[in-house]
Design a protein around this ligand. Sequence first.
Ligand SMILES: Cc1cc2nc3c(=O)[nH]c(=O)nc-3n(C[C@H](O)[C@H](O)[C@H](O)COP(=O)(O)OP(=O)(O)OC[C@H]3O[C@@H](n4cnc5c(N)ncnc54)[C@H](O)[C@@H]3O)c2cc1C
Length: 357
Amino acid sequence: MPENGRMSVPIPPVPLDVQHRASLRDHNTFGLPAVARTLVHLKSEADVRRVVDHPDYGLAPKFILGGGSNVVLTHDLDAVVLKVEIKGRRLLREDADAWIVEAGAGESWHDIVAWTLENGWPGLENMALIPGLMGASPVQNIGAYGVELKDRFESLDAVDLVTGRSVTLGAAECQFGYRDSVFKQTGFGGLAGKSVITRVRLRLPKPWQPVRGYLDIERKLAETGQHEPDAKTVFDWICAIRRAKLPDPAVIGNAGSFFKNPVVTPEQCRDIIGRDPEIVHYLMPDGSIKLAAGWLIDACGWKGKSVGRAGVYDKQALVLVNRGGASGAEVVTLARAIQESVYGRFGIRLEPEPIIV
Ligand SMILES: Cc1cc2nc3c(=O)[nH]c(=O)nc-3n(C[C@H](O)[C@H](O)[C@H](O)COP(=O)(O)OP(=O)(O)OC[C@H]3O[C@@H](n4cnc5c(N)ncnc54)[C@H](O)[C@@H]3O)c2cc1C
């Protein structure tokens, strides 16, 4: 008995929130059918360590799931599915030249964009309405309308799924590239599936400047006559542009752009332009040329076409859609057929953007 006469009562371990044989249909924006043998809801960083120490899950293969807006599920999952639901958001500090904000990996990306603007911390408006969660935003270095996550990135926290150790990584360690980072890489040194991102910090620079240059934004400037829009106006424009162009996953299942825009050398581009003078292409700062994948797919006649219950969106050939009841296998079959016809006509291999599981 301790001196003060009180018994020391052991604190009971906090149980993990686990579901068995859980349908993932509502957890992926394509609406594809798949069942997770085990689904663990991660509410905190401590939950990640509980999984690592767990007698059944610790050594089992795992799959990390955010909002499911960049995955194609082709089968039921035997791996333990870790659904990231870590919440929390705050202004970490304000410097003379930036606001630094921090959010839990389970926060909605778009909600964080709206929250920063409401608080007068602009800088994320061009990336409004990108579906998915904060924790996945560094995975493929999300980007839209001339701004990428890496342009606003400060650092992130992640937990290693083997050791349970927490690490903080800066931009260099994340190895950001075009729709790429170390968290998407599977080879030596890659962290795909090995670490759960738990928290992300962003740097929103002062003074704020609108990022223009994209045709759709220039069109809005011309239409409205507003040549010095504020960040909230740009946010509203981006939301309107995206709603007009992209299918709402709540109505038509999809994962946004299905293929990355291929990057080619100037020689390759000259050769393709020689054959197809209309091809949509952009000069990159390093001298390479980015071709519009949607244009290549459209040129092969795919817009509006279907294979089984998977189809190509009729307003934007870069988006594959679930026409109702499609399986992941149907989506992959359609994607392969598109890749083959684009390769046959242009000699270019299209690379899928979502993770095919
Ligand atoms: C209509 C539509 C429009 C889109 N527009 C854009 C766009 O403009 N720009 C753009 O870049 N993307 C776009 N996307 C793709 C998608 O929204 C982004 O890639 C988003 O970041 C995915 O987030 P998520 O939480 O849904 O990730 P998920 O789809 O759940 O996961 C994607 C990958 O990240 C991994 N992952 C998820 N969370 C974590 C974590 N916490 N730690 C470690 N790994 C993790 C998963 O294992 C998986 O490999 C769009 C998608 C849709 C449906």
